[in-house]
Design a protein around this ligand. Structure first.
Ligand code: GDG
Length: 475
């Protein structure tokens, strides 16, 4: 059987309880621990000088192959082009896009260097699965080094509309680089459509939907396939974690502090794409418009730090601290704090237990590829007495979780109304919505996501040479 080689920017440090904050690490680790294989990428170390060396570590069926980054590479490739250019652009924040040509050169250079590091570890029949926006030129770099293996790519974040992508100066080179993969996976159909739109209208290529559901793409002299593969979770594993933590200390502390009040729960990396400020304001609006809710409900926002060395992240932190302080100043009473804003990371099991103990899961990103927290929140609920998910229409998860109360995160009144509805929803309706969403989560769990992608990657490699020429183009 061929080995699965996962390549991602960061190989997550895996502790006993699974990886820490970050959707890619959670999803990839869950996918790899069953099949075994190798996970290659950055160790998280930044070196002042020297020659970074690969460190191999076997854990169970998985080999972790990690390497440090030199300071200049970290600044240009990771902090610069990946997170100050691509991340905001792909999340529709053209206003936050910073571009520096040297950083882009660094991004391309580091991709080529990482590819060269991987080559000696590869076997002929390995299947290579590359993840996310840090590694768009990775297949091109592997091909340049003579690698003939099948190479797939999955984008965890949204693929933006062409007019937004055009804000990234080397947009054409990036899309051309994507066309060097054999299979491209996107989280949702709208992301796939946005990519196809660029291929047809900006790159002069063609796209055609095939009978097997994959979209065949011809552009830049390459032929490849693309599809949508919404990432999932293991709902029953999360349910078990949550149930096990039901009587644990964190939940007991929460409950004794609440004195029977209801609780709204949010968990996000502290990122401007997650819509935190709008969310705080909508909670304030609820208290504003519905005096009966005052002193009856608290909102817990857990927001672990992330990319704290970037200005835009320092900015969102300050804004959030100001908002929570202002709202608490306005409404808090001696025995009640409306918003608990916690800028810290918790263990996965603790989060699951807290999800179960809360009445509303409040997940309202301005843009999100998928949003695993939404899926984890539903999974963690008590099947006899589930909470309600309030979910942004701009999270990929909204395409699947129709049992949620779907909101527009820019509509503060609409979100406040949805919170009110969620807090007073009768048990029968909560049960129906929960069961509907759990069925969907079980049907499309992480194994299904991985297996669909791997099956298609296996097929495209063999098939492409023998396909007839394109007959029709799809816009
Ligand atoms: C990217 C895309 C896509 C959060 N705080 C803690 C913690 N977490 C865990 C959550 C969840 C994960 O991190 C976050 O995943 P999300 O999907 O919500 O968001 P991103 O990190 O932005 O992930 C996203 C994802 O990739 C997968 O494709 O869904 O759209 O942006 O699992 O539970 N985990 C722990 N402590 C925390 O404090 N242990």
């Amino acid at each position: 059987m061929s080995r699965l080689i996962i390549v991602s920017n960061r190989v997550a440090p895996i502790s006993e309880g699974g990886p820490a904050a970050g959707g890619l690490a959670v999803g990839v680790y869950d996918a790899l621990k069953e099949t075994g294989g190798m996970w290659f990428g950055w160790s998280g170390d930044v070196l002042a000088s020297g020659q970074p060396q690969i460190v191999l570590e076997e854990r169970g069926a998985v080999t972790f192959a990690t390497i440090g980054l030199l300071r200049r590479d970290y600044d240009q490739y990771y902090r610069g082009f990946s997170n100050a250019t691509l991340w905001p652009a792909f999340h529709y924040r053209a206003d936050l896009v910073q571009y520096d040509r040297h950083e882009y050169e660094g991004y391309s250079r580091v991709n080529a260097w990482l590819a060269q590091q991987l080559v000696p570890l590869l076997r002929e029949d390995d299947v290579i699965w590359v993840h996310d926006y840090h590694l768009i030129p990775f297949a091109q770099a592997l091909r340049a080094a003579g690698v003939k293996n099948r190479i797939g790519f999955f984008l965890h974040i949204p693929f933006p509309a062409s007019q937004v992508l055009l804000a990234v100066p080397p947009h054409r080179e990036l899309v051309q680089a994507l066309c060097a993969f054999d299979l491209l996976g996107f989280q949702t159909r709208p992301d796939l459509r946005a990519f196809c739109d660029y291929i047809v209208n900006e790159a002069g290529g063609t796209t055609a939907l095939q009978p097997d559901g994959l979209t065949r793409i011809e552009a830049f002299g390459q032929t490849l396939c693309a599809g949508d593969y919404p990432i999932g979770v293991y709902p029953d594993e999360i349910a078990e974690l949550a149930r096990a933590g039901e009587r644990g200390k964190p939940v007991r502390t929460l409950k004794s502090t609440l004195h029977g009040r209801k609780v709204i729960m949010s968990v996000d990396r502290l990122d401007y794409s997650k819509g935190l400020v709008e969310r705080f304001r909508a909670f304030e609006r609820l208290l504003d418009h519905t005096p009966a809710q005052r002193n009856k409900v608290s909102f817990v926002q857990i927001a672990p730090p992330t990319r704290a060395d970037l200005h835009a992240y320092q900015d969102i932190r300050l804004r959030l601290e100001a908002e929570s302080g202002r709202i608490n100043g306005r409404y808090a009473e001696l025995d009640w704090t409306p918003i608990w804003y916690i800028h810290r990371q918790y263990e996965r099991a603790v989060l699951a237990a807290l999800f179960r103990a809360s009445n509303v899961g409040y997940v309202t990103p301005l843009r999100d590829g998928m949003n695993l927290v939404a899926k984890e929140y539903v999974s963690a609920q008590d099947p006899e007495d589930p909470g309600v998910l309030v979910l942004s229409r701009f999270a990929g998860a909204a395409q699947e979780l129709s049992g949620a109360l779907i909101v527009n995160p820019l509509d503060i009144d609409g979100m406040a109304d949805a919170l009110g509805t969620a807090l007073s929803m009768p048990l029968a309706e909560r049960l129906a919505r929960y069961q509907d969403m759990m069925a969907q989560l079980r049907e499309n769990n992480v194994s299904v996501w991985r297996d669909r992608f791997m099956r298609d990657l296996g097929r495209v490699g063999v098939r492409q040479a023998s396909l007839p020429p394109l007959e029709r183009a799809q816009g």
